[in-house]
Design a protein around this ligand. Structure first.
Ligand code: NCD
Ligand code: ZN
Length: 349
């Protein structure tokens, strides 16, 4: 592989927050520039809890795609204690409705309407298993007595393992994994299970966020962990194991909501996500495995066709923007004002 320039099959983003309305004018072009498809998270205010609402939201996203773009939003339903089983039947009929997202109530941004006790949604999960509609997990418990750095590992023991025993055929994605425990669980568990890994959890660990000053733009959930976990995630992402695939969890927040006494969780990575993954894979001497992680494994897991067009990346330093307009505010992207080593050079057939 030529190390100064290479092309891969056009990738997909299997975990993305686009927000809504005016914010879409910023978020959609940043993702659509290089990703062909994206699984769009439903944690709006109010959350997307019906197929009808997901269809309307999808239409607003499509309106924000720049002319000539070929970006396909795949929508998700937000699982609440009260989601009717009949909604699963409706969802299973729509090719653009890809999955149902589980948030433990209160665990992260706009998760107040999430599930309060997993037993409450057993009938819905049973129907999803029958219909082969994937369940996407925000894999953290939300218990005040569990330390924030342990919430993912505890989720695996308390929620995920019993869930898989009860619904062994339910297709599950453990989203944005952050720990050695999660990487190991997904590697060893019986199928069907997969996991998304973000660029920021491959690049940074908790000292990057907290040592020498607090960096609110590196604060996300699940929170950055110790470096040993980042190492385990790098090993998983570059292993070639088809259970691990790209999901940016790009999650824009207005700068005034980030730089404040109680800042929101979420890192805006879409403007440079693919380039940052390339940086990680190069550091791991695994650039030849980037294509499968970014463009094959997720499509295969979801039973969708792999993309046929390609994208090109060149080795060229560029400086990330300091800010972008964002509704009536601004958003600060990852690496704002700092150097990025790879540059996206366009899509082609
Ligand atoms: C996400 C958001 O802002 O919507 N935030 C984050 O830190 N990742 C929600 C989520 O995926 O947890
Ligand atoms: Zn997310």
């Amino acid at each position: 592989m030529n190390r100064d320039k290479f092309s891969i099959t056009r990738p997909d983003d299997w975990h993305l927050h686009l927000r809504d309305r005016a914010a879409l004018a910023t978020s959609v072009p940043h993702s659509a520039r290089c990703f062909r498809r994206a699984i769009v998270m439903p944690n709006l205010k109010p959350p997307v809890t019906s197929v009808a609402a997901a269809g309307e939201y999808r239409e607003r996203i499509v309106q924000a795609i720049p002319p000539g773009g070929s970006f396909e939003p795949l929508m998700t339903l937000y699982l609440t204690d009260n989601l009717p089983v009949s909604e699963i039947d409706l969802a299973a009929r729509e090719p653009w409705l890809a999955a149902v997202k589980y948030y433990p109530a209160g665990a992260t941004t706009n998760s107040e309407s999430g599930v309060t006790a997993i037993e409450k949604v057993y009938p819905v999960l049973a129907r999803m298993e029958e219909a082969d509609l994937p369940l996407l997990l925000h894999g953290e418990v939300n218990d005040a007595e569990i330390d924030i750095f342990d919430r993912e590992a505890v989720f695996i023991d308390r929620i995920l393992q019993p869930l898989r025993e009860r619904f062994p055929r339910l297709r599950i994605v453990l989203e944005h994994i952050t720990t050695r425990e999660a990487a190991q669980y997904v590697t060893e568990a019986p199928a069907p299970i997969g996991a998304t890994i973000t660029a920021h959890h491959l690049l940074y660990h908790r000292s990057d966020m907290l040592a020498g000053g607090i960096r609110p733009h590196l604060y996300c959930l699940p929170i950055l962990k110790r470096d040993i976990h980042r190492e385990a995630l790098r090993a998983a992402a570059t292993s070639g194991n088809p259970r691990f695939f790209l999901g940016t969890d790009s999650a824009p927040h207005a700068v005034t909501d980030k730089e404040t006494a109680c800042g929101c969780a979420g890192i805006y990575t879409a403007p440079s996500a693919l380039e940052l993954y390339a940086e990680v894979f190069e550091e791991e001497q695994a650039l030849d495995r980037l294509e499968a992680f970014a463009a094959f494994h997720g499509a295969d897991f979801y039973g969708m066709e792999r993309n046929s067009s390609r994208v090109e990346l060149v080795r060229e330093d560029w400086t990330a923007s300091e800010r972008f307009a964002f509704s009536d505010d601004e958003v600060v992207p990852i690496r704002a004002g700092e150097k990025i080593r790879w540059k996206f050079a366009g899509t082609g057939s």
